[in-house]
Design a protein around this ligand. Structure first.
Ligand code: HEM
Length: 536
């Protein structure tokens, strides 16, 4: 048996993306989605309704592969039929474009010309035709909420559906989910798997920019409980695997843009399996998990600067793997004078930490930068913990939605002191975004003095590597020109009619800083729905 990705011969589910296919450069337009669809059935087999049979893929005609679609999208051809103009569309106008040779479709308040996509649609022409001439949001989500349609159909965009988006299409409303006339459809993660001889990969498909989280607990070498956190709900998958796997997982990847989660496990005995095993699934409200705590132990703790330290934790016996949604935090609980006290902390990527800590990192470790407050019982307790000491972590918490900022290309991040951690967390995701690529990402980082600045070199490196990222340090106790947050400071970023005007701001700092920042932004006419405040 070769060492290629495969499933049992009878399975018709998703295979891995094609190997060795040259991808277009990031800046060259549409990219191959990581959920690259593969052809598995002939057209004759493509019967059954979309909703009745969720795996209902068709063979595509030669020359109509995903790669060919990407090539067509990048060819400069006018796929929207509007000559590059954005044209608002009324419902009655939309209804006129309901033929195979002239097919428009609205999804979340945006109208796409799908005529040229017909033969490229992995679900077949007939299925795609079910949604043309109308608002197809509900149908689309029912069949495949995880498909990244803004990316695939970017070049087919005609304009906003008039009732949904009155007035001109602006950066802040162009890509937002519009739920005014289409009820929000709950996303239920879809499970899939592939294998190599020595590896099993489990997939959980959610929706693009749905910002999922993941907790996996190993019960024994054949039993895993995987929980996917999505829109305040936990979806639990109890998996009984066909064979034994090693632990911890070799890798875990969460595609923030695709919403695809991949968990790569090494098989104890390399051999092809006839199936992954079996699973049952159920869902829980996040309230049900509010009280749940996970036991972690200290891997390392080192001073980081004059009043802060880094703390690396690992799940006890490596039992639990936890991946937080971007911009979310956990509560760390410690006993203080016999009472359990919790504080919220956002983990940072291990690459931000010194190299000796980096070597301890694995898929089951979490790393924190913590400011030590003289009168802070939790930070003082955490600071004196030695390797091997145990503590409890909550499940991920938070209200940050990546989908809220999909439409924004010019974004301001305001961080004060240790409030840098959730901000650090979102920066790479924003800079990597291909859909609606970021044009400028400003970080204003507020501290008292130079000595308080965290990760100055790393922030500087990031700025050197990507010119769209601009970091400005503001010091309230600088020897020369001390500064604080003010409208004078931020107004150049919010000038009316300026093409690179910021249209979104995320804030994280102490409460007094958050309030002052919010007031300044409001005075600059930034709307409440364009501001996110990280609150612990
Ligand atoms: C609203 C009407 C639509 C219907 C009824 C429909 C139906 C289907 C069906 C039945 C499948 C096969 C399902 C499966 O294998 O899981 C499919 C796959 C797919 N469709 Fe659609 N579709 C619609 C619109 C669209 C649009 C507008 C796009 C463009 C972005 C699209 C992109 C895809 C892709 C990429 C797949 C492969 C998904 C995967 O492999 O997970 N579909 N569709």
């Amino acid at each position: 048996m070769s060492n290629l990705s495969h499933k049992s011969a009878t399975s018709n589910t998703l295979l891995g993306p094609p190997q060795g296919v040259p991808l277009p450069r990031a800046s060259a337009g549409l990219q191959l989605p990581t959920t690259a669809p593969q052809k598995l059935k002939s057209n004759a087999d493509c019967s059954g309704s979309a909703t009745g049979n969720p795996r209902n893929k068709c063979a595509l005609k030669p020359g109509y592969s995903l790669m060919s679609w990407i090539r067509l999208c990048n060819s400069g051809e006018d796929l929207s039929g509007t000559g590059g103009r954005v044209v608002p569309v009324t419902r009655s106008e939309l209804a006129l474009h309901n033929k195979v040779t002239d097919a428009w479709m609205a999804i979340r308040g945006r109208v796409f010309n799908v005529t040229r996509y017909m033969d490229f649609h992995p679900g077949g022409v007939d299925e795609l035709m079910r949604g043309v001439g109308q608002d197809a949001t509900t149908l689309f989500d029912k069949v495949h909420a995880w498909v990244n349609y803004p990316q695939l159909l970017g070049k087919c965009y005609v304009g906003p559906l008039k009732e949904n988006a009155p007035g001109p299409l602006t950066e802040t409303d162009s890509l937002k989910t519009d739920t005014r006339d289409s009820k929000p459809v709950e996303i239920v993660p879809r499970f899939d798997w592939i294998q190599q001889r020595s590896e099993l990969t489990l997939f959980f498909y959610t929706r693009s920019f749905s910002n999922p989280g993941l907790i996996v607990r190993r019960k024994d070498p054949q039993q895993l409980v995987a929980r996917v956190f999505l829109e305040s709900r936990w979806h639990t998958f109890d998996l009984q695997l066909a064979g034994k796997v090693e632990w911890p997982p070799k890798a875990v990847r969460v595609g923030t843009e695709t919403g695809k989660i991949e968990l790569v496990l090494a098989k104890e005995e390399p051999a092809p399996w006839s199936s992954y095993g079996t699973h049952t699934s159920r869902k829980l409200d996040s309230l049900d998990t509010q009280e749940e705590m996970y036991e972690y132990e200290v891997l390392a703790s080192n001073d980081f600067n004059h009043d802060s330290f880094e703390l690396s934790l690992q799940s006890v016996q490596m039992e639990v793997l936890m991946v937080l949604p971007v911009g979310h935090h956990v509560n760390i609980q410690v006993p203080v004078n016999g009472v359990e006290i919790q504080r919220s902390y956002t983990p940072v990527d291990h690459s931000y930490l010194p190299s000796e800590t980096n070597s301890l990192a694995s898929s089951v470790s979490l790393h924190f930068l913590i400011k030590r407050y003289t009168n802070g019982p939790v930070s003082s307790h955490l600071h004196q913990l030695q390797p091997g000491c145990r503590l409890h972590l909550s499940a991920p918490r938070g209200g940050f939605m990546l989908s809220d900022i999909t439409a924004n290309r010019n974004i301001l991040l305001l961080a004060a002191g240790s409030g840098l951690t959730p901000i650090l967390n979102i920066i790479p995701h924003l800079l990597k975004r291909n859909t609606n690529r970021i044009e400028s990402l400003h970080l204003y980082y507020f501290n008292k003095t130079e000595a308080d600045i965290w990760l100055r070199d790393k922030l500087q490196n990031l700025q050197t590597q990507d010119e769209r990222f601009i970091c400005t340090h503001i010091l309230s106790q600088a020897e020369e020109q001390p500064q604080r947050i003010s409208s004078e400071l931020l107004s150049p970023l919010f000038k009316e009619k300026q093409p690179d005007r910021c249209t979104y701001a995320a804030i994280c700092g102490p409460t007094s800083f958050n309030t002052a920042a919010e007031d300044v932004l409001k005075s600059l006419n930034v709307k409440p729905n364009q501001i996110h405040i990280f609150r612990g």
